[in-house]
Design a binder for this molecule. Sequence first.
Ligand SMILES: NC(=O)c1ccc[n+]([C@@H]2O[C@H](COP(=O)([O-])OP(=O)(O)OC[C@H]3O[C@@H](n4cnc5c(N)ncnc54)[C@H](O)[C@@H]3O)[C@@H](O)[C@H]2O)c1
Length: 507
Amino acid sequence: MTQTFQTVGVIGAGTMGAGIAQVAATAGCKVKIYDARDGAGAAAIARNTEALKTLASKGKLSPEDATNAAARMHTAADLGDFHDCDLVIEAIVEELAAKQALFKSLESICAETTVMATNTSSISVTAIAAVLARPENVVGMHFFNPAPILPLVEVVSGQLTSVAVADRVEAASRQWKKTPVRCKSSPGFIVNRVARPFYGEAFRVLESGGADVATIDLVLREAGGFKMGAFELLDLIGLDVNLMVTKSVWNAYFQGARFRPSITQEEMVAGGLLGRKSGRGFYNYPAGVPAAPASAFGPAPTMLQYLTESDALDPLIERVKAAGIKIQSRKEDDPFGAGTFRVGNATVCLNDGRTATQIAYEDELTNVVTLDLARDFAMTKRVALAKGDETSTAALADAVGLFRALGIEVSVIDDIPGMIVARTVAMLANEAADAVLQGVASAEGVDTAMKLGVNHPEGPLAAADRLGNTLMNAILVNMHSHTGDDRYRQSILLQRKVWGESSFHPA
Ligand SMILES: NC(=O)c1ccc[n+]([C@@H]2O[C@H](COP(=O)([O-])OP(=O)(O)OC[C@H]3O[C@@H](n4cnc5c(N)ncnc54)[C@H](O)[C@@H]3O)[C@@H](O)[C@H]2O)c1
């Protein structure tokens, strides 16, 4: 295969630089590696050579390919050695001045056509290019850690990046067996921006006494369909690392409410509770994850009244039917309610961002229990419920009894707006919608980046289309009005999808 770039320079032989060098060499490029630290380049090549051998021993690479890839990596004595590179990628310290100085030196060494890529996670690509004679050659090539394994590359265009340069880097990323997603230079690019509400909402549930850490994680996993709960993921990433990214994005967006960090997280970091690496975070390591709290439940019902039908609830009602429970449908004209049914004494309302107490008050209903959104009611093995202040415990037990009869576990949480999954999914979609509105990336690009970059089970906009943009919008509007927090102001684009009855991914 003819490579878009034949000779690739990698500067910075730390975690990312070494990984990127391995990726480029495996794809067939000649790679030159330089690090300011003596011996770091050679050490990276030695580590990569071992990693390639391991891949060959596992049959993931042929022994010849592994040997050839290792032979393509060379150390560079100084920056002068980069004179014949057609692409240089920097993965040095995350400091604007250092990156600018490096590219400025390279500009006088390399050819006029050499593409200068930065692996920065948080610095503006436009700002890095600002001091250069040829800013059109500068582009973001944002790999994820570990670079040899994670497929996503955000190809980031600064204000002055030429389209041809971004096109070439996109083509090279594909040749390197990565999945490139184009985006515009803006704080957090795609993933580090759109993923923020996943942690932010979990902290807000915790801080408002909605549920404990283990319950929030359990519900996010088993009802939300996320691979990991927010707190276990924070423990894995490191609370300090995550807080640094959160603060960087928050400051870059002029301290906007959407990105506001959590006081709890700040306190934990101050106390050295950093997660797995410090032996203690939200969970104690090596102690196990605490079990979810048990809750009382009533008998299996024989009949359910489906009061307000909704697309999101229909799959659950199918499960009710399949369990032999009789359905009595009675459509009620309820334009804002997200779907309601009555079982025993309980009036169960799919959460629309309001609390059960608020729904009971506003909609003049009694014994309201709200049901948190599940990613897939047809399959979910857990749901979260909350009862209103006036709701009897017997009514709550009736609702729990229904789910237990369907083989669905129940977590009972406190009556907070947006519960756990509903607010998380709506806020992820909201941030994704704003990124699309602002031209940061396409809807397709944002969804791909979130699936590959942070392992989300579904793109946030595909999820919104499927679960209903009207429901997502209602959750945000209600949470905004309930909390008065600008954080929940809905994206103009999401609102437009509702009014225009259109979707982010038209069929
Ligand atoms: N670690 C991650 O998860 C991750 C993910 C994506 C992007 N990034 C970004 O990649 C870059 C590197 O991160 P890392 O985690 O690999 O860091 P690291 O500390 O592991 O490696 C950085 C290396 O760069 C070298 N270095 C520093 N300044 C230099 C200079 N002026 N010239 C030459 N070498 C220099 C250091 O000696 C070190 O070996 C940063 O911009 C970071 O934001 C990191």
